[in-house]
Design a protein around this ligand. Structure first.
Ligand SMILES: [Zn+2]
Length: 77
């Protein structure tokens, strides 16, 4: 898999790219697999402006990068 590094500089493009490549079947809870649609936004981290979701089925909190190899690398950016 090639990483389009230039696109990752743009936060909006980055988010879209992450979803397309790491959540091809739909972004959702990493624990029970529930979709993100019925999930409420839990909070947004102050530093990275990253939206954190809380699953309504299992109360697991997760974000766009949960389960990806990027982890906090981009979050810290
Ligand atoms: Zn869940």
């Amino acid at each position: 898999m090639e990483f389009p590094i230039t696109n990752l500089r743009d936060r909006a493009n980055c988010s879209q790219w992450i979803i397309e490549h790491f959540h091809p079947n739909g972004f959702g809870c990493q624990n029970c697999g529930a979709g993100v649609e019925p999930t409420r936004k839990f909070r947004t981290t102050r530093r990275s402006q990253l939206t954190v979701y809380r699953c309504r089925q299992c109360n697991q909190t997760y974000n766009l990068y949960s389960g990806t190899l990027f982890g906090r690398c981009i979050m810290e950016g």
